[in-house]
Design a protein around this ligand. Structure first.
Ligand code: HEM
Length: 308
């Protein structure tokens, strides 16, 4: 689906479920470390199990927690930018996007910010699972995944030994309480948070930079008006989303705008074409001051809407 209106009507359609669940099987991967981990994602569970995991993971994304961490994120951005301000140039992905995304996850999970390189490399390797060459990359993906499990296990052991007032400790305690989270779900979810937060954020930062390179006047405007930062985030995610598509799968036969869709059909909702659909956004150029932009789909149906 390409058009804004149809994507908007399908993203939470009652006859569709999350479609990513079938992604490994579409590539002939039905068993093994990767397939098991994927099936355990909150994203790929429905109903009660989804709601329960979602309730447990939600605190990691609460406004209160994120606001409290914002000064640390800003200090990190300043530290990284200080590294290349003098030379006046940088390789943005290596010198900013990658360390920033990895260290933000480390801050969120309360792990060592200095050890980000191997974790980031493994998260990036697992990211190959989202590409169409997933099958040929599977050995590399599973080796990296095994290391991320080792990392999650060490983190769990650490919090069991010395609990903190943080999100990971509350997950570990929910598991210890026995009724809300299994040991496997705890490990799977921590690996999902490490992976899900890294690749997406790193690549979205790179895409944002590319969008501003194409629109230098908007970049200069943002420098003068940092209060436009939140709108700038929404605007680059509309125009240049890291999420190519959001996936859904039909749970029963139904007809949509005259198209017969059979149960089991996978539907891809393409974020960039929807976000730049002239019927929804007539003047769709990057404009961080534009008012009344419709919400973009780069977070699928899974995140609170931004300010526009
Ligand atoms: C630019 C950054 C990000 C983008 C573009 C992004 C995009 C997405 C998308 C498209 C989905 C699927 C939603 C759907 O199918 O309706 C999703 C789900 C999810 N993402 Fe992200 N994400 C980002 C950052 C993060 C971060 C930082 C974390 C964790 C630290 C994270 C954790 C998750 C989780 C746990 C889910 C599953 C939610 C559920 O099933 O209810 N994501 N994300």
């Amino acid at each position: 689906m390409l058009r804004y209106d149809q994507v908007a009507r399908l993203i939470r359609h009652p006859d569709l479920r999350q479609g990513s669940v079938s992604w490994p099987a579409h590539h002939g991967i039905t068993a093994g470390l990767f397939a098991d981990w994927w099936a355990g994602w909150v994203l790929n569970k429905e109903g009660e199990d989804h709601q329960r995991l979602r309730r447990l993971l939600n605190p990691a994304f609460s406004r209160r927690l994120v606001d409290a961490m914002a000064p640390r994120f800003a200090a990190l951005a300043t530290e990284l930018a200080d590294g290349f301000t003098e030379s006046g140039r940088c390789e943005f992905m290596a010198e900013f996007a990658e360390p920033y995304a990895a260290r933000v996850i480390a801050i969120m999970l309360g792990t060592s910010e200095q050890d980000w390189r191997p974790v980031a490399a493994d998260a990036a390797a697992v990211g190959l699972a989202l590409g169409v060459r997933i099958r040929e990359n599977l050995p590399r993906i599973e080796a990296a995944l095994a290391r991320l499990y080792g990392y999650a296990d060490a983190l769990i052991a650490e919090r069991r030994a010395s609990p903190r007032d943080d999100f990971v400790t509350s997950l570990v305690q929910a598991q210890a309480a026995g009724d809300r989270l299994t040991a496997a779900e705890l490990r799977d979810s921590l690996v999902l948070l490490i992976f899900g937060g890294f690749d997406t954020t790193r690549n979205q930062l790179g895409l944002a930079m590319q969008a501003f390179i194409d629109h230098p006047a908007q970049w200069r405007l943002l420098a003068r008006r940092p209060d436009l930062g939140p709108a700038a985030v929404e605007e680059v995610m509309r125009l240049s989303p890291t999420t190519t598509w959001v996936t859904r799968e039909a749970t029963r036969d139904f007809t949509f705008d005259g198209l017969d869709i059979r149960a089991g059909t996978t539907i891809h909702l393409l974020c960039e074409s929807a976000g730049t659909d002239p019927r929804a956004v007539p003047d769709g150029r990057l404009d961080i001051t534009a008012a009344g932009r419709p919400p973009h789909f780069a977070f699928g149906g899974g995140a609170p809407r931004g300010p526009t």
